[in-house]
Ligand binder design. Structure first.
Ligand SMILES: Nc1ncnc2c1ncn2[C@@H]1O[C@H](COP(=O)(O)OP(=O)(O)O)[C@@H](O)[C@H]1O
Ligand SMILES: [Mg+2]
Length: 362
């Protein structure tokens, strides 16, 4: 499968003399210096790869450049410098017409405030992208209905948008994106306007869909909890730059700087961490094989706590073949829920050995 997405040294500068600004950024100037000249460096030197079937999350505070980055991925904005490649094609080298063609067939976008056409049925709304592509009516209705069913809206095809709740309307937006069969799904704060329970529901639904659809997804959010639930990999943006790219555990346990660390304080660690991040890898032979319940490397933290409560000694962690790869002492579990031991970056005080060991090995 070739629907890999790649960006290479991508820049977007708004304002006067953007090329000169990129040159200055390459030489180490930052956003503030350029702002003094009335120039905004929205995205600075972004390079990353999203493999087919991956959910790549971009997170950062408002104004950090997330939406600008996303709009360059489907060619809605032309990069000031750098390249975007999708499915083996350099989007930055295409003519306007070729780009529109790629955008309508291969790329779908779901926005935060998804605008449905009020005088079209749910089915017609979901079929809109196909209509733009010129797909005949019978086929586009069939595909729209399939996408609606995938999004949990079977039976609502003939309803009007105002008969649907906010969460359901957002599902229609997702269905519209899925109906086109696009390989690349771009989602800009798609769930941010939803209330927390519905939002979680949509996150679950997306993860569930992704198991079978295996799209290449770039998902933007300013919420690290959401990023960690959804992202196979997460890029954290600050002032136009990507300051860290990594998996959820990596960002939680080894934030690249204080900015990233400040987000991780609000994260529910027990939902992110798994046994392999928490366990002690130095295992003595005599700790194996007592017949007690054990964990796997990917056992979620909460389940690990439950196992720990049931066995009289540290929990053994086994790999897929059953080999012992680590142990988790009970007191380690308590340490990982607090900030002190799991977020060592901004701590100047000497650390106790146990905490440091756990972090170094995670
Ligand atoms: N069309 C534009 N013209 C000028 N500045 C813009 C434009 N679009 C975005 N910006 C600026 O670029 C920066 C990044 O914006 P944006 O990509 O929307 O960030 P985010 O999505 O992370 O909130 C902000 O300072 C914003 O004001
Ligand atoms: Mg935005």
């Amino acid at each position: 499968m070739s629907s890999r997405l790649e960006t290479e040294h991508l820049y977007k500068v708004f304002g006067r003399r953007p090329d000169a600004a990129v040159e200055r950024l390459r030489q180490g100037a930052d956003r503030e210096e350029l702002r003094a000249d009335g120039t905004t460096a929205a995205v600075i030197d972004a390079s990353f790869t999203v493999e087919p079937g991956q959910i790549f999350v971009v997170m950062g505070l408002s104004g950090s450049g997330k939406s600008t980055l996303l709009r360059m991925l489907n060619g809605l904005l032309e990069p000031t410098a750098g390249h975007v490649r999708f499915d083996g094609q350099d989007l930055t080298a295409l003519t306007g017409r070729e780009l529109r063609e790629v955008r309508s067939r291969k790329i779908s976008m779901v926005f935060q405030h998804f605008a449905l056409f009020p005088h079209r049925s749910v089915r017609q709304n979901a079929a809109y992208g196909l209509e733009v592509q010129g797909v005949p009516r019978a086929e586009r209705e069939r595909r729209a209905d399939e996408a609606l069913a995938l999004c949990g809206l079977a039976g609502w095809e003939k309803s009007w948008p105002d008969e649907l709740s906010g969460g359901m309307q957002q599902r229609v937006g997702l269905a519209r994106a899925l109906a086109t069969d696009a390989d690349l799904l771009l989602m800009d704060e798609s769930f941010s306007a939803l209330d927390p329970l519905i939002r979680r529901d949509m996150q679950d639904q997306l993860l569930q869909l992704q198991k079978t659809l295996k799209k290449t997804i770039v998902f933007i959010t300013h919420d690290l909890n959401e990023a960690m639930r959804l992202g196979d990999r997460i890029a954290v943006m600050r002032d136009g730059r990507i300051v860290q790219i990594g998996g959820a555990e990596e960002i939680l346990l080894r934030p690249a700087d204080d900015y990233v660390a400040s987000f991780t304080q609000d994260v529910d660690r027990s939902r992110v961490l798994t046994a392999q991040a928490v366990m002690d890898r130095e295992v003595r032979g005599d700790e194996a094989d007592c017949g007690c319940e054990t964990a796997r490397e990917d056992t979620p933290f909460t389940e690990l706590c439950a196992i720990s409560a049931r066995v009289p000694h540290p929990v053994a962690v086994r790999d897929a073949r059953g080999a012992l790869v680590g142990v988790v002492p009970r007191q380690r579990l308590v340490g990982f829920l607090g900030d002190e031991q799991a977020t060592p970056v901004s701590c100047d005080a000497p650390r106790d050995k146990g905490g440091e060991k756990a972090v170094a090995r995670a």
